[in-house]
Ligand binder design. Sequence first.
Ligand code: PMT
Length: 406
Amino acid sequence: METILKDKRIVLGVTGGIAAYKAADLASKLTQAGAVVKTIMSKNATHFVGPLTFKALTGQPVVTDLFASGSDGSIQHVSLAEEADLVVVAPATANILAKAAHGIADDALSTTLLAAQGPIVMVPAMNNHMWDNPATQANLQTLQERGVNILAPEVGRLACGSEQAVGRFPKTETILEYLKDFFATADILAGKTIIVTAGGTHEPIDAVRFIGNRSSGKMGYAIAGRAKACGAEVILISGPTNLRAPAGVRLIEVETALEMRQAVIDNLPGSAALIMAAAVADFRAASKTNGKIKKERMGDSITLELNPDILQEVAGHKDRGVIIGFAAESENIITHATSKLERKRLDLVVANDIGRSDAGFGSDFNLAVLIDHDGPQGELTMYRKSDLASEIIDWLARALGSDLHS
Ligand code: PMT
């Protein structure tokens, strides 16, 4: 793990926030770990720390000018974007997030981001109100959907004086660990096809009404994105959501539980794993009317019939790979999730406490714990969904490496 950064070509983008001076420490530690670090600074970043600092710490030239050419006459932002193993923007201001999300290329760094062919990691740091602003959150979502990796800021004292607010630049060690893990996991699922289901199913009553649930798809999409980042071929089978599929993922859109079941069964042969994060409706209307049922003709009850349990069915399939399910529970979380693990013959269940308003359906967080046949793998923990996705994919990679089903 210590040598994973050796000879990695990293472009370090530094933008104009107070944390810009902390990027000097990051540049130094990356260089000490053997990485070749080329820095691109925004004009505003140079107000906080001088380019010479980065040049001295990395032993590499620093780009501040879009029109500067390399010693060989190359256009710097294009050549840097092409040769980099990774572009890291740390700190990333709200401004660079907005520019990158909207494809604005008006300086060396934003142009490099637009031209980059390889992975990008953004480490945002800013005032908490700027972070919480819907514009920033929408830009973050757009970037993540396009495959940009975001290392979320920490909660703590901010330069503007706010105490215990979100927006703080992570410690150098935290960023280093993230980057090491990034390189270490980049191909752990290479050559594997992973099926992920996401979102809730809609079960039509008539042409306009349906039975549905509150699933936003965020959890499943985060898993799909993480599996893709780890080198897998990903098939994302999704109920209706407002999300865009992560870059490079094959999206199959479905509406009902029956359609989701069919899509899962069709894609099962040759897949290494199925991860069911979807909230599949347990019931559907026994009969569907084609037009809109007139209010006056709607009876006072709707007859329902049971949908098939996709996980349970697939568990008995000869083509099955590793099977991971979720258990959305509001009481006796561990006991009920463990019984789902056994009853549905899963390899792993993600026990998910949905009894709180700050986690679960629609939220960016899940209060969860992984449970396999060795029992719970820790305590119920409040995870950002992207972090929970990483935990699940790490578990899966270990399971596939250990040849769970041979
Ligand atoms: O989409 P988000 O807003 O991000 O929210 C995420 C989530 C809360 C939906 C997700 O984390 C989650 O918990 N998903 C599972 C929800 C659920 O349906 O749980 P369950 O305990 O009812 O089902 C257990 C498992 O069986 C699930 O993996 C489910 O996909 C699967 N199932 C359920 C019913 C059915 N007919 N077929 C199935 O395969």
